[in-house]
Design a protein around this ligand. Structure first.
Ligand SMILES: [Zn+2]
Length: 271
């Protein structure tokens, strides 16, 4: 499933190909995505200039002259920039054809992705209005995490994966950030010290930044690759490494289940 780093990687990959381009046409091959794409949408987009390619949580925000497209990759979606005449393959659901001769093509086998268009202030769109801070926002700082952890007895890993408190910390990144912060995933949120909270804020940013950067290295062949980060996995300390030696101390990495998701930690490095 595309997580925040994959979405940001996608944003960076498509940005140079779309910004400053005009939309020639939106061609809907399969409008039945997570929500049906209205058949009136192509007429609204045709001829519009693309001003910016942004992101909020896992939504790509393509800002046009008169509105903004909100695109979500869902569970299995991907976006590619291709020459417009490239033959379609299975699960290619729409083409945003550009005046450069390229198309921004959306493929999504499971169709949990979505495409919305708004002419209102995009941040007030119902899908975005109530989202928690981004991990890279100033609003997500150690004071904030300290405050939200104080009265919560939930496990810290589940807290940082709660998208009503901070968006974009998926399972891999939560395990890795907790290792770097030297905090066990099952610790009660309110038991964390000030130092641990500060380390965790820094670790979350570090881990996500690394994932984005390594995702970026696959972007060189973005035009024909699938845009998925391939190198980040080699740098994982704990995720899916149960029974293997800790890269810092050699202790065997342990695995446990929290909220139906696997967590991994080093019993020596993490307290
Ligand atoms: Zn260790």
């Amino acid at each position: 499933m595309p997580e925040l780093p994959e979405v940001e990687t996608t944003r960076r990959g498509v940005e140079p190909h779309v910004v400053g381009r005009r939309i020639v046409a939106l061609t809907l091959h399969e409008p039945r995505l997570r929500w049906r794409v209205p058949s009136s949408l192509p007429a609204k987009l045709a001829g519009q200039l693309i001003r910016m390619a942004g992101r909020r949580a896992k939504y790509l925000l393509i800002e046009l002259e008169s509105g903004t497209l909100l695109l979500h990759l869902g569970m299995s979606g991907s976006l590619r920039v291709l020459p417009a005449q490239t033959p379609r393959v299975a699960h290619d659901h729409f083409d945003l054809v550009l005046d450069s001769g390229n198309t921004l093509r959306f493929n999504d086998p499971r169709r949990f992705g979505s495409l919305h268009y708004t002419t209102d202030v995009v941040g007030e769109h119902p899908l975005l209005a109530r989202l928690a801070p981004e991990p890279f926002d100033d609003a997500f700082n150690s004071e904030y995490l300290w405050r939200v952890t104080r009265k919560r007895s939930v496990a810290i890993k589940q807290l940082i994966m709660n998208s009503t408190l901070v968006v974009g910390v998926g399972n891999i990144y939560a395990s890795e950030a907790l290792f770097r912060a030297r905090v066990r995933p099952r610790r009660q949120a309110r038991s964390l010290t000030r130092d641990e909270v500060s380390r965790l804020v820094r670790s979350i940013r570090t881990v996500l930044n690394m994932a984005i950067r390594t995702g970026g290295t696959t972007l060189r062949d973005y035009l024909n690759a699938d845009g998925k980060p391939g190198y980040f996995k080699q740098k994982l300390f704990v995720y899916e490494r149960a029974g293997e030696p800790c890269r810092k101390c050699g202790t065997k990495i342990r695995q446990l289940t929290q909220g139906q998701r696997s967590s991994y930690y080093c019993p020596t490095c993490q307290k």
